[in-house]
Design a protein around this ligand. Structure first.
Ligand code: CMX
Length: 165
């Protein structure tokens, strides 16, 4: 067994994939892009583009009072589109639209263990907006990383709370 391992270890591909596997044992990789958050002035005005032009149905509209937004969800493959309409000009999306206008607001990565992912990001020197996860739309556990330490993209970790029960 050791002999086979040592013979394989001479192959560069084996060394690379062994290293990748070793690394992934310690760093929690996101499984997929859970959703892309898009800030819009009005859900009522934006939804028809997704339904009539792209042909995807809105499956949920939900107000997240804590975040001062109303959300509309669409699913395309494994990834969702989350439209965000502000319910308060002083909320995060209200301020974003005031400054930058409508457009991509954040990217959310699905992670298996959000607490661990946050610890790893913090250890890597990333500024966290949320030190601990909180409840977001669709009952997900969510936490944000500050766009100033993620190259200008507001980044969200998202853990399906049902998966860990
Ligand atoms: N993407 C990229 N950059 C952003 C941003 C975004 N979405 N929002 C703000 N910024 C930038 C600002 O333009 C500003 O840049 P400059 O200093 O170059 O002008 C910088 O970040 C800091 O902005 P700020 O005025 O100091 O801080 P804000 O009060 O605007 O807050 C942020 C910014 C990201 C900390 C805040 O919006 C936040 O905590 N967001 C997390 C929560 C959230 O976004 N909730 C809504 C979605 C909820 C959901 O998905 O359900």
């Amino acid at each position: 067994m050791i002999f086979i391992f040592l013979r394989c270890a001479k192959q560069p591909y084996f060394v690379l994939s062994f290293f990748e596997h070793f690394k992934s044992c310690f760093f929690m990789k996101p499984t997929h892009i859970e959703h892309i958050g898009i800030a819009v002035n009005s859900l009522a005005e934006a939804i028809p583009f997704y339904e009539k032009v792209l042909g995807v149905s809105c499956y949920s509209i939900e107000e997240v009072a804590e975040q001062k937004v109303k959300t509309a969800f669409f699913i395309i493959g494994q990834t969702k589109i989350e439209l965000l309409e502000s319910t308060d000009p002083e909320g995060p999306v209200g301020k974003f639209i005031e400054k930058k206008g409508e457009g991509i607001h954040h990217i959310a990565y699905a992670v298996e263990n959000i607490e661990e992912s946050l610890k790893e990001a913090e250890a890597a020197g990333i500024k966290l907006i949320d030190i601990h996860p909180r409840r977001g739309a669709e009952g997900m556990n969510i936490a944000f990383l500050h766009p100033k330490s993620t190259f200008g993209v507001l980044t969200e970790f998202c853990e399906d709370s049902n998966k860990r029960k």
